[in-house]
Every structure is written in structure tokens, then in C-alpha cells.
Design a protein around this ligand. Sequence first.
Ligand code: AMP
Length: 114
Amino acid sequence: MSDTIFAKIAAGEIPADIVYRDEHVVAFRDLNPQAPTHVLVIPRKPIPTLNDAGPEDAELLGRLMLAAAKIAEQEGIAAEGYRTVINCNAGAGQTVYHLHLHVIGGRPMQWPPG
Ligand code: AMP
């Protein structure tokens, strides 16, 4: 499961509009944005879905969240508000099986989500 398009982006094998990267995570703009800001934060480690994360990934999951907050600040949407989403498996709409956190903002958000 390490040959997804997101693993290739993390490895620098295919291009993406990268907005943040460090030793553990990479973040890039979604190709099909659902709001003025739509960034995907991924771990470099290829975890297919949230269901596949284990206790050994606890720190990495925290890093994803902290990167999301940093990116929201960087994008100028932290104060007004933004949404973070992880779609897990097909029923939730997951299409790429490399764990990713959507950071969405720049417009008012509705609740409940669709
Ligand atoms: P999900 O439906 O939660 O699996 O989200 C996958 C997201 O990846 C979708 O919002 C797609 O628009 C986005 N996406 C797919 N391929 C790429 C790519 N090469 N670069 C950036 N975003 C992508």
C-alpha cells in the first residue's frame, strides 16, 4: 500500500503544491479544492486508513493535527475558523488509501456535513 499517489508526492516523485513539510509530515494543496483553502496533510509513513493506525502512531497522529493548525495559521484562516476531516474508508468517501487530514477553510462551513 506504499505506492499510492500520496506516497509518491511525499517522496517527491510526482509534483504537488507543497505548503509545509518536515521529517514526519507533508502538506499540499488539494487538486480539487472544496473551499478557498483546501490542504491535505499526510504522514510520510504510508498508513492506508485511520483504522490502520496503532498505538505506535500516536505521536505521528498528533503531528498531523499540529501541522494542520500551523498550516491554518500560515493560510490566514486560523482565527476565523476552519475544518479538519479524515475520511475513513469508502463509506465516508475516502478515495486515496494513504491517511490524510483535510484542512478546509476560507468560507463558512455547514453542519452536519454531507
Ligand atoms: P479522500 O476523498 O478523503 O480520500 O480525499 C482525497 C483527496 O485527494 C481529494 O480531495 C482529491 O481531490 C485529492 N487528490 C487526489 N489526487 C491528488 C493529487 N495528485 N494532488 C492533490 N490532491 C489530490
